[in-house]
Design a binder for this molecule. Structure first.
Ligand code: PLP
Length: 399
């Protein structure tokens, strides 16, 4: 008997499939602006100096015991300070239930499973567009999905009026997924004033905000500034959920280190919620991996290493901001009649170029430039060496 004869190959992941195609292309001109991982100006992966130093300090001292079910206590404490603020009253009052998670993805998934288990009738409102994996995560957790409008294709900016309408029209007490900063894939974030209005409307509607914060520090170069949206909601007295990831801002992609936190009404509730999050993690992976968590807590727990990290995050953000400018300048110099202002207005790792799937196909087939078909350019893959080539190819397929 064939046990698995009915198993069809799964659809390719729209993001990870791009890298496969890139690797298979023998052209010396090829450029990968598909993947969401930082590269230096030579197109090489980067390990931060603060991470190397933390590794040196850890080397030889790490025992290989299991972490507690909820993960590293120190890593969690440092993560909460980053998200909620160094002197947060919520931390002092122990109102936050928090566990170490398998990076940002794992934090989102743990929350989605928690939502399904304890609020079985709830739904999740997800922005259009969003990181494609958000849909998979809440689908596999069996939480029904609704969408809300976010991006305006004509202005290549925020569709604030529609966003506010959709918040108002959602049933009271709905769950919303919000990107805390550097929205993926659009690079479009609400302004501070707009966040205040969103927070106000959430209060009116008694909605619950779940912040996915995969890029803290990557948007502006300053993790404090990038936490602004969360801080506004906290000031307004919301209870929130938050997924943090150290993949991008510490370059710890493959270490899978992150944190899920849920701000509760009081300490008692936080203890209960944390115990239930651990209960969900236990049959899936028992407890999270130790090495990445130790790197994070070593860096954030040491003032000298932390300030080195802050300089290095800023360095990465600044290089990306510089490449946005270079890409736009090049397109304008080539005489493109289109507006490329959005390239420099958008922030974070991605530029939502506005190119059509057909134009992206031409970039790939004629110019060996690889990116997702939604026109998303990973600015982290743009370098001094390829920005001219990229601009020229974009000009060719959009004119
Ligand atoms: N959330 C968003 C919006 C992302 O863009 C990403 C990564 O691309 C993640 C979460 C999760 O990344 P990781 O699981 O590597 O931390």
């Amino acid at each position: 008997a064939s046990w698995f004869g009915h198993v069809e190959p799964a659809a390719k992941d729209p993001i990870l499939g791009v890298t496969e195609a890139f690797l298979a292309d023998p052209s010396p001109d090829k450029v990968n602006v598909g993947v969401g991982a930082y590269r230096d100006d030579n197109g090489k992966p980067v390990v931060l100096e603060c991470v190397r130093e933390a590794e040196r300090r850890i080397a030889g001292h790490l025992n290989m015991e299991y972490l507690p079910m909820g993960g590293s206590i120190n890593m969690i404490a440092e993560s909460l300070k980053l998200a909620y603020g160094e002197d947060s009253e919520f931390i002092k009052d122990k109102k936050i239930a928090a566990v170490q998670a398998l990076s940002g993805t794992g934090a989102c998934r743990l929350f989605a499973d928690f939502q399904k288990r304890f609020l079985p009738d709830s739904q999740i409102y997800i922005p259009i567009p969003t990181w494609s994996n958000h849909h998979n995560i809440w689908r596999d957790a069996c939480v029904p999905q609704r969408t809300f409008r976010y991006y305006h294709p004509e202005t290549r900016g925020l569709d604030f009026a529609s966003l506010m309408d959709d918040i108002k029209n959602a049933p009271n007490g709905s769950f919303f997924l919000l990107h805390a900063c550097a929205h993926n894939p659009t690079g479009v974030d609400p302004s501070e004033e707009q966040w205040r209005e969103i927070s106000h409307q959430f209060k009116v509607k008694n909605h619950f905000p779940f912040f996915d914060m995969a890029y803290q520090g990557f948007a502006s170069g300053d993790p404090e500034k990038d936490a602004k949206a969360i801080r506004i909601f906290l000031e307004d007295g919301h209870l929130i959920g938050c997924a943090q990831s150290y993949a991008k801002n510490m370059g710890l992609y493959g270490q899978r280190v992150g944190c899920l936190s849920i701000l509760c009404e009081d300490e008692l509730q936080a203890v209960a919620v944390k115990s239930q999050l651990q209960q969900i993690a236990r049959p899936m992976y028992s407890n999270p991996p130790v090495h990445g968590a130790l790197i994070v807590s070593t860096i954030l727990g040491d003032p000298e290493l932390k300030s080195l990290w802050l300089r290095e995050v800023k360095g990465m953000a600044d290089r990306i901001i510089g490449m946005r400018k270079a890409l736009r300048d090049n397109l304008e110099k080539l005489g493109s009649p289109l507006s490329w202002e959005h390239v420099t207005n958008q922030i974070g790792m991605f530029c939502y170029s506005g190119m059509t799937p057909e134009q992206v196909d031409r970039l790939t087939n004629e110019f060996h430039i690889y990116m997702t078909r939604n026109g998303r350019i990973s600015m982290a893959g743009v370098t001094t060496g390829n920005v001219g080539y990229l601009a020229n190819a974009i000009h060719e397929v959009t004119k």
